[in-house]
Design a protein around this ligand. Structure first.
Ligand SMILES: *[C@@H]1O[C@H](CO)[C@@H](O)[C@H](O)[C@H]1NC(C)=O
Ligand SMILES: *[C@@H]1O[C@H](CO)[C@@H](O)[C@H](O)[C@H]1NC(C)=O
Ligand SMILES: *[C@@H]1O[C@H](CO)[C@@H](O)[C@H](O)[C@H]1NC(C)=O
Ligand SMILES: *[C@@H]1O[C@H](CO)[C@@H](O)[C@H](O)[C@H]1NC(C)=O
Ligand SMILES: *[C@@H]1O[C@H](CO)[C@@H](O)[C@H](O)[C@H]1NC(C)=O
Length: 259
């Protein structure tokens, strides 16, 4: 344990420059999804901003997945009946768009610009949208399966993510699932998008993990809020995370909303 700590510390020092330059997470963008529609999903925060860009920045600060913004009306004025111009939301509309209602005062924006894949995803408020694939597969297959559905294997690099995703596993009666962490060399792990674990400080390794030796190159999250190293050819469930995306305007995002 002592030796491992030393190795980790020196790695952080070696990579300090890289980590400072590269933001560990890609900053999501809010894309216009529906004009004259307002989502009824839970509000993370609300405020009176005159510009869309301030509202979007407010959304990022509150880690909102979507937002309702009220632009000036056709007379160039603000709507009189408005409480706040900017409502940033904890979650985002899924495929059915069921929480959207017609409301000429607002436009709806989301970090998920494309139709959701045909999966029942669970929103972890102000974090993202996730789904468990209970089908058994090896790590490579798990990566591919998530990719096939506009997703990636789930990131677990914060305490909030580890705790909420472990709960998702527990709720679905699954012991463990592959996540986005794989050994890159004898002393380091990287995520699917190439971020080094050395760039973050939170760890949730189960006692005795990470196990040494090349047979234990892939990582699972457990329902007990821990991470474990496993052989990459082990057949296990997978935890996927929807990727924020640019809208593809050729397709109608919500099946059940006509506007
Ligand atoms: C926000 O702005 C709107 C429109 O200008 C105004 O009607 C409303 O009273 C303001 N809300 C608050 C809480 O200040
Ligand atoms: C999503 O959940 C609903 C209700 O539980 C179910 O009817 C539907 O088949 C599920 N869809 C998928 C793609 O799993
Ligand atoms: C991914 O999608 C392609 C094309 O639809 C399909 O051939 C392939 O089997 C899928 N792979 C997985 C792992 O689901
Ligand atoms: C391990 O990989 C990281 C980046 O992924 C690199 O910075 C580091 O030098 C590597 N360490 C060894 C011992 O190869
Ligand atoms: C995963 O399974 C695929 C298909 O069965 C196989 O081609 C691949 O070598 C396996 N990868 C690992 C790491 O076991």
């Amino acid at each position: 344990m002592f030796v491992f700590t030393l190795v980790t510390t020196s790695l952080i020092m070696v990579q300090a420059k890289k980590c400072l330059n590269d933001s560990p997470q890609i900053t999501p963008e809010y894309h216009l999804i529906r004009k004259c529609q307002r989502s009824q999903l839970s509000v993370a925060a609300k405020a009176n901003y005159t510009t869309l860009s301030s509202c979007k920045q407010f959304g990022l600060d509150k880690r909102a997945l979507s937002l309702n913004f009220s632009p000036r009306n056709t007379n160039g004025r603000r709507w009189k009946t408005l409480e706040y111009t900017c409502e940033v939301l904890q979650c985002a509309e899924t495929d059915s768009g069921l929480s959207l209602t017609k409301d000429v005062r607002y436009d709806y924006y989301s970090i998920y610009g494309n139709p959701m894949p045909t999966v029942n995803s669970t929103c972890v408020p102000t974090t993202g949208m996730f789904y468990l694939v209970a089908q058994r597969m090896n790590y490579t297959e798990a990566e591919k399966l998530c990719q096939n559905k506009s997703s990636v294997l789930a990131e677990i690099s914060t305490e909030q993510r580890t705790d909420t995703l472990a709960q998702l596993l527990a709720d679905e009666g699954e012991d463990s699932a592959y996540v986005s962490l794989k050994r890159s060399n004898s002393s380091n792990f990287i995520t699917s998008n190439g971020d080094s674990l050395g760039c973050t400080s939170y760890r949730a390794w189960a006692p005795g993990h990470p196990k040494r030796g090349e047979k234990f190159d892939c990582v699972v999250i457990t329902k007990h809020r821990t991470w474990r190293t496993v052989p990459c050819d082990e057949s296990l469930a997978a935890l996927c995370e929807l990727k924020p995306s640019e809208p593809n305007r050729k397709r109608n995002l919500f099946r059940n909303v006509n506007n």
